[in-house]
Ligand binder design. Sequence first.
Ligand code: PLP
Length: 423
Amino acid sequence: MNLDDLVFHPWAMQGPRDVPTLVGGSGSHVVDDGGRRYLDFGSQLVFTNLGHQHPRIVAAIREQADRLCTLAPGWASDVRGEAARLIVEVAPEGLGHVLFTSSGTEAIEHAVRMARLFTGRPKVLAAYRSYHGSTTTSIHLTGDPRRWASDTGAAGAVHFFGPFLYRSAFGSATQEEECERALAHLEQVILLEGPGTIAALVLESVTGSSGVIVPPPGYLRGLRELCDRHGIIYIADEVMAGFGRTGAWFGVDHAGVAPDLMAFAKGVNSGYVPLGGVLVSDAVYELFTTRPYPAGLTYSGHPLACAAAVGAISAMRDEDTIAAAARLGSEVLGPGLGELADRHRVVGDVRGIGGLWSLELVRDRVTREPLVPPGATGAATAPMAAVVKACLERGLLPLVLGNRLHVAPPLNIDDGDAAAGLA
Ligand code: PLP
């Protein structure tokens, strides 16, 4: 019996699958049960920012496990406090408190709940081409085709077009034009929905699994100004972009803006033990010093997860992972993927920053028709399934989403391994 058949896999079609059984790992590689090594070129789902089995994270988890494995969220905990201190220290100014969750999805749920309680307004704006999670609120905010099958049309989620020059909704020719038009469009949406009905605007600082879309200069600043003007809470979704992935601690750092609430997960501890959270501005925090926050999670700030965060953030500081990620993008992945695109006509666009990149695959470079259509399932996804198979045969663990091959290796990958992945 194949034990994997007993597992109901998220997002997957159930039934027998032809994938390796992974049993070990080290650095940028994982190993299957036959001893074959694979280069983990997507950091799993873009979360092993420090690779596998990083000794600092493993030691921190082990030390905590020896001392106290678990603790309810209401008690004071040294390791939870230390994780919060380190997270607040690297976050933008003014985000002084952390509500811990066990995932990015939960972080978005809580951020939205806080914004609604703070403003007393119901609606939340989110971008088409976004991913915010898979529970009821977060899947409705999500703007990619994965939402369709779960979309019951719940009230309150309103979508807008973000800037995306390659497939511009505004017919723009330059990034400046795209930025200007996207901001004008957003302001129209706010005015027509009614600013007094909008609690929050949630946006990935760099759009991740919906296509790796880096906002043009000025966009996040303009969006922050619109939120300020209309009393809307700005929620930055840094679940994928955060903790060094884009070559800065957070994606918003590239724009020098601070949101009111910031959702994080994944890279906070390289995913060694599930951890997410919401960084909360002093103003929003203040509200909940005068009235209770009406929600909580049994495993909020789990000691093993927080220990992993302390290990990971300390290691990132000591190893200068942020600078390494910036260099990875500008000197290794950017040029390397550009050369790959020159050699393969199926690559329509190369986009990215730091350690977060995507190759958009098309049938035709001129019409930009995607290699598989949005929302494709079953046989229609065969060309992308062939990409996955070819990568696995070459010892590379790929991350394929829609018509894109995402490239997001551990941020501390060495140049030799990165070159092997790009070959
Ligand atoms: N937000 C973003 C930007 C993400 O990329 C993800 C997951 O990929 C989530 C939210 C949801 O996080 P999780 O899968 O940890 O619930």
